[in-house]
Design a binder for this molecule. Structure first.
Ligand code: HSE
Length: 398
């Protein structure tokens, strides 16, 4: 019997327990022995539940129990979770997690610590919730150099934008719905300001290039400033608005950033709606592949954590090497230097916009002009817009 502990019994933690209980037999077949949850570590008690007796408050009980070989860290954050993860790895236990903040900030260190202790640190659930992306990139695409990753990486913001696009719903109402459904983080700032997606981009870029990309080197912009008028103008031009995480290699430079984008209605990412996430990865041999599925929510995320727990149990005391090294120097170039077409909405009028910008298409909605420019970097755009006085929106086009 493989024995496990769940650290944190919130949405994902309770999902992990449910997945293990529901699929107990098939999980046992896959590991070659049953997987039993011996402890649930949480600050709360859960009296009257079938698992009440497993609940403990002191992590050192797990740390000092040699029977426990697999730990699911689903506490979130990078403080207590960081401490417990290090202690678990040092005590010779593998750790599976959905904690993107911790992976994005301390991934290289924790991967090295796992290696040192002949165990594993696995984080499939940290990007794309239930979508297989980490292992496919790490294993199935291992023969490729990664050239580009573009993805819808946050379920909450995609849900909000879908509601704004199709139901004309105000931002606040859509956000409230996302929270009620358990998609949003406790503090939705991380979702709506692009910070959650920023962490996921940092993880994907680290995996793609084998060097730790720290989240603060990935510029992030959220969706809080997007209005229904932007949505309407984008629609008139043949686009939808999506929050995109983008990683691209161009010659010697690597760009990585998160920002709302106009996405052509013909693009595969345009049809990705509600809480669904999709990640397009371009390898220099395989070309483009796309991963699609539920990027948030209790059971999809928990299923990815449990898949990692199974992998950890199958490889007890054997480290599976992962190419992800720490680095002092960032490999990421400033996003302002990245050239793309831009969407600009302005009350300055079509003539003034055409004079200031290399316009490729134009529309008018409610007396306001919106244009799509030829590709230009942000520095060039800022300079070009200096002559205009009533610019309301500027947004990249994918
Ligand atoms: N709050 C996140 C999202 C959860 O909405 O995508 C999954 O990382």
């Amino acid at each position: 019997m493989a024995k496990a502990a769940i650290l944190g019994f919130g949405t994902v933690g309770s999902g992990v327990y449910e997945v293990i209980e529901k699929n107990f037999d098939s999980i046992a077949q896959r590991i070659g022995e049953p997987l039993e949850v011996k402890y649930i570590v949480d600050i709360r008690d859960f009296p009257g539940t079938p698992f009440a007796e497993k609940v403990i408050h002191d992590f050192s009980v797990v740390e000092n129990d040699p029977e426990v070989t697999v730990v699911a860290e689903v506490i979130g954050g990078a403080t207590i979770a960081y401490d417990y993860t290090k202690r678990a790895l040092k005590a010779g236990k593998s750790v599976a997690t959905s904690n993107k903040e911790l992976v994005a900030t301390h991934g290289a260190e924790l991967i090295a610590l796992a290696k040192e202790n002949h165990v594993n640190y696995m984080f499939e659930a940290s990007v794309g919730g239930g979508i297989p992306i980490i292992r496919p990139m790490q294993r199935c695409m291992a023969a490729n150099d990664i050239e580009e990753i573009s993805g819808i990486l946050n379920g909450t913001t995609n849900y909000i934008l879908t509601k704004m696009i199709h139901e004309n719903l105000p931002f606040e109402t859509a956000l409230q719905q996302a929270q009620e459904k358990g998609y949003a983080e406790k503090d939705p700032t991380a979702d709506v300001e692009g910070i959650d997606a920023q962490r996921k981009v940092a993880i994907l870029a680290s995996l793609a290039f084998g060097k730790h990309v720290y989240p603060d080197t990935v510029s992030a912009q959220g969706i809080t400033k997007i209005t229904l008028a932007d949505v309407e103008a984008a629609d008139a031009l043949g686009y939808v608005i999506k929050l995109i995480g983008h990683v691209k290699r161009e010659g010697e430079k690597t760009f990585a950033y998160v920002a709302p984008h106009l996405v052509s209605k013909n693009h595969m990412l345009a049809g990705v709606e509600d809480v669904f996430n999709a990640i397009m990865v371009k390898g220099n041999m395989v070309d483009e592949v796309m991963f699609y599925g539920k990027g948030a929510g209790k059971l999809p995320t928990a299923s990815a954590v449990v898949a990692d727990m199974i992998e950890c149990a199958k490889h007890a005391e054997r480290n599976i090497p992962l190419h992800w090294e720490d680095t002092k120097e960032t490999i990421i170039a400033p996003a302002q230097q990245f050239a793309s077409p831009w969407f600009v909405r302005s009350e300055d009028g079509e003539e003034a916009l055409r004079k200031a910008l290399p316009v490729q298409s134009v529309c008018q909605t409610d007396g306001v002009t919106a244009v799509i420019t030829q590709p230009m970097n942000e520095e060039q755009l800022t300079k070009a817009l200096r002559g205009l006085s009533h610019v309301m929106t500027r947004m990249r086009v994918l």
